[in-house]
Design a protein around this ligand. Structure first.
Ligand code: ZN
Length: 248
Protein backbone atom coordinates (compact mmCIF):
# COMPACT_ATOMS: atom_id res chain seq x y z
CA UNK A 1 0.00 0.00 0.00
CA UNK A 2 1.47 3.32 -1.05
CA UNK A 3 1.27 6.45 1.04
CA UNK A 4 -1.35 8.99 -0.04
CA UNK A 5 1.44 11.56 -0.42
CA UNK A 6 3.28 9.48 -3.01
CA UNK A 7 0.08 8.97 -4.90
CA UNK A 8 -0.59 12.71 -4.91
CA UNK A 9 2.85 13.34 -6.42
CA UNK A 10 2.22 10.63 -8.99
CA UNK A 11 -1.23 12.04 -9.84
CA UNK A 12 0.23 15.56 -10.09
CA UNK A 13 2.86 14.32 -12.58
CA UNK A 14 0.24 12.58 -14.68
CA UNK A 15 -1.86 15.77 -14.81
CA UNK A 16 1.20 17.91 -15.62
CA UNK A 17 2.07 15.67 -18.55
CA UNK A 18 -1.48 15.41 -19.88
CA UNK A 19 -2.47 17.46 -22.90
CA UNK A 20 -6.19 17.15 -22.15
CA UNK A 21 -7.56 16.74 -18.65
CA UNK A 22 -11.27 16.64 -17.92
CA UNK A 23 -12.61 17.01 -14.39
CA UNK A 24 -15.81 15.11 -13.60
CA UNK A 25 -17.59 16.14 -10.40
CA UNK A 26 -20.61 15.10 -8.36
CA UNK A 27 -22.41 15.84 -5.12
CA UNK A 28 -19.40 14.92 -2.95
CA UNK A 29 -17.50 18.06 -3.94
CA UNK A 30 -20.27 20.31 -2.62
CA UNK A 31 -20.76 18.58 0.73
CA UNK A 32 -18.07 20.80 2.27
CA UNK A 33 -20.02 23.81 0.96
CA UNK A 34 -22.86 22.73 3.24
CA UNK A 35 -24.93 20.89 0.64
CA UNK A 36 -25.73 17.36 1.81
CA UNK A 37 -25.92 14.72 -0.94
CA UNK A 38 -29.40 14.14 -2.32
CA UNK A 39 -29.35 10.39 -1.85
CA UNK A 40 -28.64 8.21 1.17
CA UNK A 41 -29.46 8.52 4.87
CA UNK A 42 -29.65 12.18 5.92
CA UNK A 43 -29.66 13.18 2.25
CA UNK A 44 -31.86 15.94 0.89
CA UNK A 45 -34.34 13.41 -0.50
CA UNK A 46 -35.06 12.24 3.03
CA UNK A 47 -36.28 15.78 3.84
CA UNK A 48 -37.81 16.80 0.54
CA UNK A 49 -40.05 14.68 -1.66
CA UNK A 50 -38.36 13.93 -5.00
CA UNK A 51 -41.76 13.03 -6.52
CA UNK A 52 -42.48 16.77 -6.55
CA UNK A 53 -39.90 17.26 -9.29
CA UNK A 54 -41.06 14.41 -11.44
CA UNK A 55 -41.68 16.11 -14.77
CA UNK A 56 -45.33 15.09 -15.23
CA UNK A 57 -46.13 16.06 -11.65
CA UNK A 58 -44.62 19.48 -12.37
CA UNK A 59 -46.73 20.01 -15.49
CA UNK A 60 -49.91 19.04 -13.62
CA UNK A 61 -49.11 20.74 -10.28
CA UNK A 62 -46.66 23.55 -10.96
CA UNK A 63 -47.58 25.45 -7.79
CA UNK A 64 -46.90 22.65 -5.30
CA UNK A 65 -43.83 21.57 -7.24
CA UNK A 66 -42.52 25.14 -7.17
CA UNK A 67 -43.10 25.47 -3.40
CA UNK A 68 -40.53 22.72 -2.85
CA UNK A 69 -38.25 23.91 -5.67
CA UNK A 70 -38.10 27.41 -4.18
CA UNK A 71 -37.26 26.15 -0.67
CA UNK A 72 -34.65 23.62 -1.71
CA UNK A 73 -33.06 24.86 -4.92
CA UNK A 74 -33.32 28.61 -4.42
CA UNK A 75 -33.53 29.62 -0.74
CA UNK A 76 -31.27 26.79 0.50
CA UNK A 77 -28.84 26.15 -2.37
CA UNK A 78 -28.28 29.82 -3.15
CA UNK A 79 -26.62 30.28 0.26
CA UNK A 80 -23.82 27.82 -0.56
CA UNK A 81 -20.33 29.11 -1.36
CA UNK A 82 -17.54 27.32 -3.23
CA UNK A 83 -14.98 25.47 -1.10
CA UNK A 84 -11.25 24.83 -1.54
CA UNK A 85 -11.93 21.95 -3.95
CA UNK A 86 -13.87 24.19 -6.35
CA UNK A 87 -11.12 26.82 -6.15
CA UNK A 88 -8.36 24.27 -6.76
CA UNK A 89 -10.14 23.07 -9.91
CA UNK A 90 -10.60 26.65 -11.13
CA UNK A 91 -6.88 27.19 -10.50
CA UNK A 92 -5.92 24.11 -12.53
CA UNK A 93 -8.06 25.37 -15.41
CA UNK A 94 -6.51 28.88 -15.31
CA UNK A 95 -3.01 27.40 -15.41
CA UNK A 96 -3.90 25.22 -18.39
CA UNK A 97 -3.90 21.92 -16.50
CA UNK A 98 -7.63 21.25 -16.84
CA UNK A 99 -9.41 21.73 -20.15
CA UNK A 100 -13.00 21.26 -19.05
CA UNK A 101 -15.24 20.40 -16.13
CA UNK A 102 -18.27 18.18 -16.44
CA UNK A 103 -20.43 18.45 -13.35
CA UNK A 104 -23.53 16.60 -12.25
CA UNK A 105 -24.22 19.39 -9.76
CA UNK A 106 -26.71 22.18 -10.38
CA UNK A 107 -25.36 24.48 -7.66
CA UNK A 108 -23.25 26.77 -9.87
CA UNK A 109 -20.31 26.50 -7.44
CA UNK A 110 -17.68 25.78 -10.11
CA UNK A 111 -18.56 29.00 -11.90
CA UNK A 112 -18.71 30.87 -8.59
CA UNK A 113 -15.13 29.68 -7.94
CA UNK A 114 -13.99 31.03 -11.32
CA UNK A 115 -14.15 27.98 -13.61
CA UNK A 116 -15.05 28.85 -17.19
CA UNK A 117 -15.38 25.74 -19.30
CA UNK A 118 -18.12 24.02 -17.28
CA UNK A 119 -20.62 21.57 -18.75
CA UNK A 120 -23.61 21.17 -16.45
CA UNK A 121 -24.80 17.67 -17.22
CA UNK A 122 -27.98 18.01 -15.16
CA UNK A 123 -28.59 21.66 -16.01
CA UNK A 124 -28.68 24.65 -13.71
CA UNK A 125 -30.91 26.56 -11.32
CA UNK A 126 -29.54 29.82 -12.74
CA UNK A 127 -31.76 29.78 -15.80
CA UNK A 128 -35.50 29.28 -16.20
CA UNK A 129 -37.42 28.47 -19.35
CA UNK A 130 -41.05 29.19 -20.24
CA UNK A 131 -42.95 25.97 -20.96
CA UNK A 132 -45.20 28.02 -23.29
CA UNK A 133 -42.99 30.13 -25.58
CA UNK A 134 -39.70 28.38 -24.62
CA UNK A 135 -37.90 31.68 -23.99
CA UNK A 136 -35.07 31.45 -21.46
CA UNK A 137 -34.56 33.86 -18.56
CA UNK A 138 -31.77 34.29 -16.04
CA UNK A 139 -32.50 33.70 -12.36
CA UNK A 140 -32.02 37.42 -11.66
CA UNK A 141 -34.76 38.40 -14.09
CA UNK A 142 -37.39 36.35 -12.30
CA UNK A 143 -39.16 37.09 -9.04
CA UNK A 144 -40.08 34.02 -7.01
CA UNK A 145 -42.56 35.79 -4.70
CA UNK A 146 -45.62 34.40 -6.42
CA UNK A 147 -45.62 30.75 -7.39
CA UNK A 148 -45.41 29.36 -9.95
CA UNK A 149 -43.35 32.15 -11.54
CA UNK A 150 -44.76 33.20 -14.91
CA UNK A 151 -43.16 34.17 -18.19
CA UNK A 152 -42.91 37.97 -18.51
CA UNK A 153 -43.79 37.63 -22.21
CA UNK A 154 -46.62 35.09 -22.47
CA UNK A 155 -47.55 34.29 -18.83
CA UNK A 156 -46.64 30.63 -19.31
CA UNK A 157 -45.25 28.71 -16.33
CA UNK A 158 -41.47 28.91 -15.91
CA UNK A 159 -39.45 25.76 -15.27
CA UNK A 160 -35.91 25.76 -13.87
CA UNK A 161 -33.37 24.58 -16.44
CA UNK A 162 -32.25 21.55 -14.47
CA UNK A 163 -33.16 18.00 -15.35
CA UNK A 164 -36.28 16.77 -13.55
CA UNK A 165 -36.99 13.12 -12.82
CA UNK A 166 -38.42 11.55 -15.96
CA UNK A 167 -36.71 14.10 -18.22
CA UNK A 168 -33.91 13.19 -20.64
CA UNK A 169 -30.47 14.82 -20.45
CA UNK A 170 -30.44 17.75 -22.91
CA UNK A 171 -28.97 16.54 -26.19
CA UNK A 172 -26.22 19.14 -26.53
CA UNK A 173 -24.62 18.78 -23.08
CA UNK A 174 -24.88 15.00 -23.36
CA UNK A 175 -23.05 15.00 -26.71
CA UNK A 176 -20.34 17.40 -25.53
CA UNK A 177 -19.75 15.49 -22.28
CA UNK A 178 -19.14 12.19 -24.02
CA UNK A 179 -16.97 13.94 -26.65
CA UNK A 180 -14.89 15.44 -23.85
CA UNK A 181 -14.57 11.99 -22.25
CA UNK A 182 -13.24 10.58 -25.54
CA UNK A 183 -10.78 13.47 -25.93
CA UNK A 184 -9.45 13.22 -22.38
CA UNK A 185 -5.98 11.85 -21.68
CA UNK A 186 -6.67 12.15 -17.97
CA UNK A 187 -9.99 12.25 -16.15
CA UNK A 188 -10.04 13.57 -12.60
CA UNK A 189 -13.15 12.22 -10.86
CA UNK A 190 -14.15 14.17 -7.75
CA UNK A 191 -16.94 13.41 -5.30
CA UNK A 192 -19.03 11.01 -7.30
CA UNK A 193 -19.62 7.35 -6.69
CA UNK A 194 -20.98 6.55 -10.14
CA UNK A 195 -24.52 5.59 -9.28
CA UNK A 196 -26.52 8.02 -11.38
CA UNK A 197 -27.21 7.00 -14.96
CA UNK A 198 -26.40 8.02 -17.61
CA UNK A 199 -23.83 10.43 -16.09
CA UNK A 200 -22.04 7.49 -14.47
CA UNK A 201 -21.05 6.20 -17.93
CA UNK A 202 -18.88 9.23 -18.75
CA UNK A 203 -15.72 7.91 -17.00
CA UNK A 204 -16.16 4.48 -18.62
CA UNK A 205 -16.21 6.16 -22.03
CA UNK A 206 -13.01 7.99 -21.10
CA UNK A 207 -11.34 4.77 -19.97
CA UNK A 208 -12.39 2.97 -23.17
CA UNK A 209 -10.57 5.71 -25.11
CA UNK A 210 -7.33 5.05 -23.23
CA UNK A 211 -7.71 7.73 -20.57
CA UNK A 212 -5.99 7.56 -17.18
CA UNK A 213 -8.41 7.86 -14.29
CA UNK A 214 -7.56 9.67 -11.05
CA UNK A 215 -10.26 9.50 -8.42
CA UNK A 216 -10.80 11.70 -5.35
CA UNK A 217 -13.48 10.29 -3.08
CA UNK A 218 -13.95 9.83 0.66
CA UNK A 219 -13.91 6.07 0.13
CA UNK A 220 -13.97 3.55 -2.70
CA UNK A 221 -16.68 4.03 -5.32
CA UNK A 222 -18.16 1.82 -8.02
CA UNK A 223 -15.33 3.09 -10.27
CA UNK A 224 -12.40 2.30 -8.00
CA UNK A 225 -11.83 -1.38 -8.70
CA UNK A 226 -13.00 -1.21 -12.31
CA UNK A 227 -11.32 1.77 -13.97
CA UNK A 228 -9.45 3.92 -11.45
CA UNK A 229 -5.67 4.10 -11.88
CA UNK A 230 -5.00 6.21 -8.79
CA UNK A 231 -7.38 6.64 -5.87
CA UNK A 232 -6.73 9.64 -3.64
CA UNK A 233 -8.99 8.95 -0.66
CA UNK A 234 -10.06 11.83 1.54
CA UNK A 235 -11.91 15.13 1.67
CA UNK A 236 -12.06 16.80 -1.73
CA UNK A 237 -11.02 20.19 -0.32
CA UNK A 238 -7.81 18.84 1.24
CA UNK A 239 -6.80 16.44 -1.52
CA UNK A 240 -7.40 18.91 -4.34
CA UNK A 241 -5.61 21.75 -2.58
CA UNK A 242 -2.62 19.46 -2.11
CA UNK A 243 -2.83 18.22 -5.67
CA UNK A 244 -2.97 21.78 -7.06
CA UNK A 245 0.05 22.68 -4.87
CA UNK A 246 1.99 19.86 -6.50
CA UNK A 247 1.16 21.04 -10.02
CA UNK A 248 3.22 24.16 -10.53
ZN1 ZN B 1 -43.40 32.49 -22.41
Amino acid sequence: MEMAGENITKAADIIKNSRYTVVFTGAGISVESGIPPFRGPGGLWSKYDPALIEINYFYNNPKSSWEMIKKLFYIFLEKAKPNAAHYAIADLEKKGYAQSIITQNIDNLHQAAGSNNVYEYHGTTKKLRCIGCLKEFSREEINLEELPPKCPLCKGVLKPEFVFFGEPIPHEVNRISFDEARKAEVMLIVGTTGEIMPASLIPYTAKDSGCEIIEVNISKSSYTDKITDILLPGRASEILAELADNIK
